[in-house]
Structures are given as structure tokens and as C-alpha cells.
Design a protein around this ligand. Sequence first.
Ligand code: ADP
Ligand code: ADP
Length: 228
Amino acid sequence: MIEMHDVWKVYSNGVEALRGVNVSVGHGEFVYIVGPSGAGKSSFIKLMYREEKPTHGIVLINDVNVKRVRDWKIPHVRRKIGVVFQDFKLLPSMSAYENVAFAMEAIEVPKRKIKPRVEEVLELVGLNDRMHALPSQLSGGEQQRVAIARAIVNNPTFIIADEPTGNLDPENSWDIMYLLEEINNRGTTVVMATHNKEIVNTLRQRVIAIEQGVIVRDEEGGEYGYED
Ligand code: ADP
Ligand code: ADP
């Protein structure tokens, strides 16, 4: 569960990216975050994986107040959250296998448990035959599938995705969406910021619209609602 209570994000240059946001995302939900550029979507999402802390207000992730958690505890909170980016953010010198394994090594999973789990998730995303390839040898769609494998390998409660289809062609975008749907069907909560009108209007889910730092719409099975 993610909860925000009167959350403000004010950057050091004075920009009020979020202004009094209240929201609750429950276990197993699938939520799209939509809105114009500069509306505050990335800031909202960054608070959900604690890349940013609120200037004011409370963010609770699985009942933990992220502002109060001591730094040493952050990996413990973060392992419950898998993050997927528009530009994939894979480590370029590591193979697909190593990129995924690295996420398990980082939280000190015993070595013998790593190989079977990495192979399992690479199979789930359909990349078991490409696991020794470097990111530069993979297509954009394949790289995003590696990133999703990395995000789910530690069995997170949430997947937070910031425009995961933003750099992909339509065919690869749909493949990524079907994968995220399947992950959601297995019980993982998915929150994704997106500008993809066709996807939002086709795979109907909860839609939260943000404009000028405020939630202006929050609908189950909602529409994209913008022209871009
Ligand atoms: P802070 O979170 O304290 O603002 P950052 O390291 O995130 O610090 O950013 C430093 C500065 O870079 C900001 O104060 C701002 O001037 C600029 N900046 C960074 N990202 C953005 C952005 N997306 N839009 C506008 N300015 C930005
Ligand atoms: P969106 O994802 O909807 O485009 P953002 O959350 O990235 O919106 O940005 C909201 C507002 O906050 C914008 O005005 C942006 O320039 C500003 N902003 C984002 N990050 C920073 C930063 N690190 N420092 C200063 N301003 C920022």
C-alpha cells in the first residue's frame, strides 16, 4: 500500500511540483499517472520509490514513513519496490543475466539462489535465449524486458514505471504492457506514468491525472483525457 497525505514537493529553486496531494494505492492495483509535461508526474513517482522526499506531508510505503527511515534501512524498503525507467538504465558493461543478478547481489541473496531465480525471470520476460547479450546488442524492447526482469527479481510489492514505453515503437510498447499486465495479474501493484493515450484508452485501469501539482481526476477504468 502507498499512501500520501497532504504531500508537497518544493524544489530548491522554488518550483512547487506537487501541492497538497492525497492518494492511496492499494495492494494489487494497476494505476496510470497522466497529465501534461511539467505537471508533476515524475515528482509524484519519485516520491513513491523515495528518489525524492516530500517537502511537507507524509508518504507511507507499506506503512513505513519514508521520511523517517534511517538511511541504512532504505534498501529494505526499496527491495519491495521495482523501478522501470523510460531509458532502461541497464549497466552497459554487464550482460542481461548480470544486470538482473546484480539486483539480487545488492541485497545479499545467497549465491546459490541467484542463478535459478534470474533464469526464471528472464524466461518470464521471454529472454532466456538472450541472457548473455550486452544491452548494446539488444533492441529497445528487449532492453526494457531486461529492466522489467531486474525490477521483479526480488519479488517486490510494487512496480513503479516512469514512461516505460516512451522510447519504444508501438509493437514493443504493447509487448511491455502485456508483460506489466501479467505481472499485475500475479499480484504485484503497478503504478506507471505515461503519455501513451492509446494504451490508457485500451487497457482500461485506474487513471490519476495530475495538473500543476494537483490531482484533478482519479477514476477507475478512466480515459487518458488529453490530445497528445
Ligand atoms: P534539488 O532537489 O535540491 O532541487 P537537484 O539536484 O534535483 O536539487 O537539482 C539541482 C538544480 O537543478 C535544481 O535546483 C534546478 O535548478 C535544476 N533542475 C534539475 N532538474 C530539473 C528539472 N527537471 N526541471 C527544472 N530544473 C531542474
Ligand atoms: P512531469 O513528470 O509531469 O513532466 P515533473 O515532476 O518532472 O513533471 O516536474 C514538475 C515541475 O517540477 C516542473 O516545473 C519541473 O521543471 C520541476 N522540477 C522537476 N524536478 C526538478 C528539480 N530536481 N529541481 C527543480 N525543479 C524540478
